[in-house]
Every structure is written in structure tokens, then in C-alpha cells.
Design a protein around this ligand. Structure first.
Ligand code: NFS
Length: 669
């Protein structure tokens, strides 16, 4: 890829709220990730995966103009080994993060079932029963607590298991399970595989690049088909399975005369309790006693996605908005749990009255106040945090704020269960209409546009370009994580966006009453995409496996190890995955070939790093069209469709369902 085609930062953001607040930061000399990304240049050796620092004979800089074979580290390790080891360790880091999050959710479910965590209830019994049945756990004539205890204990074994297979593997397509078994890629236990990967990639162990990458794929499956999937399912059981809900997603989420509290990070447990506490009349009265008009809650990053999809709590945006929220001067407390929390928050907060509150025993930040979360007294902790925020309100009262007057409506909460219901109706829930729409060419294919923001490129610019172009090309887009925030802020997550869609996709969206861009939740909820694709494959007509479906996964502005872990499990599940910005394997053509051509032969999926947004779009559409050809589907032509069964619209479905039961489950779409 030529240098001139690489996306670089030209401005700061395409989000006008961010642009204004960054201008203010510059004027006042306040540093942010944006300014630091200008002053701290990325190390060119490390960025490309050519730096080995796993022992003190180095760090070895494996960079040579004569090509990758021309240079070795002190121990004799070649560049492909080093590049493979580096990216494999990112997979271990990402899998550890998702899985440790999931372990805590599972422990909370167990504690709720045994009555040790009295503030938590099992909210979604239907989902509990569906999950229990997957594992052969009896549900009939048992209390929800008895079932939940068995489910939690069954799945908690996944983490420390030494032999056998992790629980959710059996929910993949039959063909994929067989492939994984034939490649010895089925994880035994989450912790075991992560530990073994760290062992294999330490000095002087596994130096065969293909073997290292194969093992990293195995580890990633412990993320996608265990850790993250547990995170999603157990959060649904505890807090409810999302269904469409209306909300907003901009930095205009704050109210000058309220106690503004941001909940930021990834875990839904404490944030759920903060939602409950913020509605408690006693807490509202406390805030009023401090001179505020009330309590205003806003989310950030994936904690935001969790409470957005279940409660419609407004979002202040994704990863790169965290310091900007403080720059509004309106935040009284930013309450963080873990992951994607910049230590720069404490630096920014020094200039304002904002208090940073850390809550996880795993995450402390110098300069922050620590108020530790304890699931046994979760609601009390939540109330204490809100009181602390309210106590801080008088320090800000009357001061100027820079809350942008920008509000964008969004519809979030498209769980796989809701998508199935939306497509087929309550009594005929099915992915058939989606498969038929793809077969007929109304929908050309599917794309998951997910992942982070990265200050090395204009905030949201790649997300926005790809979403708009893909829906215009009749590709149905699903989003999670900060990708979902980018579209939420741009106003793309509403049914009205169907006007920007190609004629076929628009027809489907109109018939069903759905936006062409679906918000499926947080980053652990990428497993909802795996579940949808597995159901689409099992439904028939689009091959037998995820690798047959015309679908692409894209993380155009990625930055986190977690994104790499997700990419690996998506590829191991059969997807073509494209990452933008920088390539951590750019130094080694051998590894690039292994992860594209090699993986495509082995797994039917592949991973490529493509720095230009136009090239990402072209590669996505070419892949979708190739998969359509392979399936012998009609050639996609904009505005020309094949014959398919008539899609039932919402009104027709309501008629069908009327009389049997009161209508439930449809949100404001
Ligand atoms: Ni995902 Fe969510 Fe955002 Fe990236 Fe971070 S918040 S878990 S890692 S930055 S999408």
C-alpha cells in the first residue's frame, strides 16, 4: 500500500462537538489524546511489528532494507516469528480482558442466584432458560435461581478447565465445529489457553510463525465462543435482553443545572445499579439539597452501550470523547470501571471541578478517587458514588459550561433475539426473510462495522464513510462498540437513514420497519453477530457455514488489543476481516500472506490491514460479490431483484399476533 493512500489525520474529528471542544482545549493549553498523538510519534519499528522485546538481549529492531530474511534477532529469531509473536500476544491481552469481564458477570449471576448479591435479580427468565437448554440444564419445575445457579456454575468451569471443550463451541455450525476439531483449535479452558499462549511466545519456545498464529486463533475462540459470549448472555439474563429503544448519542448529553455523572468503561454491573440509584427519589432529593435540579446520567464507551441498549440512557460517545466530556466543564463525576479508560482523564480533570472515580479493584488511576465496587452491596456503593458527585456539584454551580447544543436521536438495542423476532414475527421468529432478501439481491450482503476510535485518524471519519457507502450499496450494516457511537452521533441509527440506503435495502427496511444500520450493543456483543451469522447459515440457502455468507467484518479505526482478539475469532469463525489505520504486521510479508491467503485456505476467513477507506470499501464489496458468485446467487445489480416471498410488514405481523397475546417486545422503531 503506497504511503499516499494511508488515511492520516487532517483535522481532528468529523464530530462538530469534538471539533469545538478541541479548539477550546488548544486555546487553554489543555492536552488531550488528540494533541498527544501529534507530539508522541508512533515508533515505526514497533508499529509494524518488527520490535522484539521479550528478553533483555534486545530490544531487537528487525528492520532491514534487504527484506525480512536479511535480519535476525540476537537469539536468531526471524522477523515472521517476531511479528507473529507480537500480534499473538495482543490476542492474549484482548481475550484476557473480555474473559475476565465475563468471569465477573458469571460470578455476579451466581451470587444473585444464591442470594449473596441481593441487589441483583434474574430479569430475563426466557433467556436464562434458552441458555440453560443449550447446556442440557433442566428448567422444568425449578426456580429461576436454581436454574441460574446451575448455568453459572456450568459456565464458570470454562475459565479454569484443563481438558475437554469450552461450553459454547457446540452452538457453532456443525461444519465449523468439525473444522476446529480437525485443526486442534477448540479451546480447553479460557485461562489455560491464554497462559499457554504467553508461555509459547516467551523467549525460546514456539518460533514457528504458523504454529504461533494457529494457537492465537485457538485462544481467540476462547474469547468469541466463551468469554465474550458469556459476557453477552449473562448480562442479558441479569439485566434483560435488549430490544429497540430510543435515545441520544452526543456530547450534548449533559445538563448545566443537574449533577452530571458519566459512567465509563465496560462492565454493566455497577452502572446498572447507578441507573437504579439515579432514579431513587432519595438520591434526587439529595442532589436538590445541593442546589442541583436533579441527577443526569450519561454513558461512555461500552458501559454506555450496555445501559443504552437496556435502559435508553443517553450516551456521551465513545473512546475519544472521554476527555472531551470533561472539557465541557459540566461533568461532576466520571465513574469508571475498566478497559479503554485513559489515564489522561485525571490530567484533564485537574483543570475542572470534575472528579474521576475508579471503582474496580483491578483499575486505579493516580489522581482519581477510589470507591470500590462490591457486588454484595452494589446499590449502596452506587448511592455513595452519586452522593459524592452531588457533593461536588456546588463547586461547579454557576460556572460557564461548554455543553454542545447538539442532539442526535438514535435507536439502539438490536439483540439477535430481537432481529429474529423483527424479521419473522413472534410466532414465526426466523432469519428466513433475511436470507431470502440476500438471495434475491435486495440485500447485497452484510457488514459489521465495529471497533474503536484512534486519534491517528480523524475521529469517526472512516466509520462514517463506510457506513454511508455500504448502505448506499444495499449492504445491511450492524455495529457495536465505538463504531456504533460514531453512527449514533452522526444520526445514522434511525429509521430515516433508510433514505440513504440503496433501493433494495430500503425496501426491506421499509417492510420490516428497521434502520439500515443496527446497533447491536457493546464490543463483547460482537458475539451477537456470530449468533446471527450462525443462524443465517443454519437457516439454509446461503451455504452451510459463516464462511459461505456474503459478509465482511471491519474495524476501520481500531486501537485496542481487544479488537485484534475479536478479529482473530471472527476469522476463525469464517469471516473476512478488514482493519484500517495501522498494520501491526506490516513488517512481515510472510505473516501478511499467512493471515490472508493462508487463513482463507485453512479457515475460509482472512484478515487484512488496509489503510485507505476507498480500498476497504472496494475490498468489502468485491468479497461480498465473490461470495454471492460462489453461492450461485443472482448477480447483484442495484435496483434489480429476484422473486422472493413477500415480507410481512409490522402492521401485518401485529394483525397476525393480535388476539393470542397482548403485543410485547417491540420498541419505538
Ligand atoms: Ni471495544 Fe469498548 Fe471502544 Fe475499542 Fe474500547 S470502548 S470494548 S475496545 S475503544 S470499541
Amino acid at each position: 500500500m503506497s504511503e499516499d493512500k494511508k488515511e492520516k489525520r487532517k483535522a481532528s474529528s468529523i464530530d462538530p462537538c469534538a471539533v469545538d471542544l478541541l479548539a477550546y482545549a488548544e486555546q487553554c493549553g489543555i492536552e488531550t489524546a488528540f494533541s498527544r498523538s501529534d507530539s508522541v510519534k508512533a515508533c515505526p519499528i514497533g508499529a509494524e511489528g518488527a520490535c522484539c522485546k521479550i528478553c533483555s538481549m534486545g530490544p531487537c529492531r528487525l528492520k532491514s532494507k534487504e527484506g525480512e530474511d536479511a535480519i535476525k534477532g540476537v537469539c536468531g529469531a526471524g522477523l515472521p516469528t517476531v511479528t507473529a509473536r507480537n500480534i499473538a500476544r495482543m490476542v492474549a491481552g484482548g481475550t484476557a480482558a473480555h474473559s475476565d469481564h465475563a468471569r465477573d458477570i458469571a460470578a455476579t449471576l451466581l451470587a444473585a442466584a444464591t442470594g449473596e448479591a441481593k441487589d441483583f435479580q434474574i430479569k430475563d427468565v426466557d433467556k436464562l432458560h434458552r441458555v440453560a437448554k443449550k447446556f442440557g440444564i433442566e428448567v422444568a419445575e425449578r426456580t429461576k435461581e436454581e436454574v441460574a445457579k446451575d448455568v453459572a456454575e456450568y459456565v464458570l468451569r470454562d475459565f479454569g478447565q484443563q481438558k475437554g471443550e469450552i461450553s459454547y463451541i457446540k452452538t457453532a455450525t456443525k461444519k465449523r465445529q468439525e473444522l476446529w476439531r480437525s485443526l486442534n483449535m477448540v479451546p480447553r479452558g479460557v485461562d489455560r489457553e491464554i497462559t499457554e499462549l504467553m508461555h509459547r511466545t516467551t523467549m525460546g519456545v514456539d518460533t514457528d510463525p504458523e504454529d504461533i498464529l494457529d494457537f492465537a486463533l485457538k485462544v481467540s475462540l476462547a474469547d468469541g465462543w466463551s468469554g465474550s459470549m458469556i459476557g453477552t448472555d449473562f448480562s442479558d439474563i441479569l439485566f434483560g435482553t435488549p430490544k429497540p429503544i430510543r435515545s441520544e448519542d452526543t456530547l450534548g448529553a449533559f445538563k448545566k443545572d443537574h449533577v452530571n455523572v458519566v459512567v465509563h468503561g465496560h462492565e454493566p454491573t455497577l452502572s446498572e445499579m447507578i441507573v437504579v440509584a439515579s432514579e431513587d427519589p432519595e438520591m434526587i432529593a439529595y442532589a436538590k439539597s445541593k442546589g442541583a435540579a436533579g441527577i443526569n446520567l450519561a454513558g461512555m464507551c461500552c458501559t454506555s452501550n450496555e445501559i443504552l441498549v437496556r435502559h435508553g440512557i443517553k450516551s456521551a460517545g465513545g473512546f475519544l470523547n472521554q476527555e472531551l466530556a470533561i472539557l465541557t466543564g459540566a461533568v461532576d463525576a466520571m465513574v469508571v470501571d475498566l478497559q479503554c479508560i485513559m489515564p489522561g482523564l485525571a490530567i484533564a480533570a485537574e483543570k475542572f471541578t470534575t472528579k474521576i472515580v475508579t471503582t474496580s479493584p483491578k483499575c486505579r488511576i493516580p489522581g482519581a478517587t477510589h470507591m470500590e465496587y462490591d457486588e454484595h452491596h452494589a446499590l449502596d456503593v452506587a448511592k455513595n458514588i452519586l452522593k459524592y458527585a452531588a457533593d461536588n456539584y456546588p463547586a461547579r454551580a454557576g460556572q460557564d459550561t461548554r455543553i454542545p447544543d447538539v442532539h442526535k436521536t438514535m435507536i439502539a438495542g438490536f439483540s439477535h433475539e430481537y432481529i429474529e423476532y423483527m424479521l419473522g414475527g413472534r410466532y414465526r421468529a426466523s432469519f428466513r426473510p433475511l436470507n431470502d432478501a440476500i438471495i434475491s439481491g435486495r440485500i447485497r450482503g452484510l457488514a459489521g462495522i465495529v471497533g474503536c476510535n484512534n486519534p491517528r485518524v480523524d475521529q469517526d471519519s472512516l466509520h462514517d464513510y463506510l457506513v454511508r457507502e455500504l448502505i448506499a450499496n444495499d449492504v445491511l450494516v450492524v455495529q457495536t462498540g465505538c463504531g456504533a457511537h460514531a453512527s449514533g452521533k452522526a444520526g445514522l441509527m434511525t429509521p430515516e437513514t433508510m433514505e440513504l440506503a440503496g433501493p433494495g435495502l430500503r425496501e426491506v427496511c421499509e417492510a420490516i420497519g428497521m434502520p439500515p444500520v443496527l446497533h447491536m450493543g457493546s464490543c463483547v456483543d460482537n458475539t451477537r453477530i456470530l449468533t446471527v451469522l450462525t443462524a443465517v447459515a443454519n437457516e439454509g440457502g446461503l451455504g452451510e457455514d459463516i464462511s459461505d455468507i456474503p459478509v465482511v467484518g471491519i474495524a476501520p479505526e481500531w486501537m485496542s488489543e481487544k479488537a485484534i482478539a475479536i478479529a482473530f475469532y471472527a476469522v476463525a469463525s469464517g469471516l473476512y476481516v478488514i482493519f484500517g489505520v495501522e498494520s501491526p504486521i506490516a513488517a512481515s510479508p510472510t505473516i501478511q500472506k499467512m493471515m490472508s491467503e493462508g487463513w482463507e485456505k485453512k479457515l475460509g476467513g482472512k484478515m487484512e490491514f488496509i489503510p485507505s477507506k476507498e480500498d476497504i470499501l472496494a475490498a468489502t464489496l468485491a468479497h461480498i460479490d465473490k461470495k454471492r458468485d460462489d453461492l450461485k446467487l443472482r448477480k447483484y445489480e442495484k435496483g434489480k431483484f429476484g422473486v422472493e416471498k413477500v415480507l410481512l410488514d409490522m402492521a401485518a405481523r401485529r394483525k397476525l399476533e393480535a388476539g393470542a397475546h397482548a403485543h410485547q417486545g417491540v420498541g419505538g422503531v
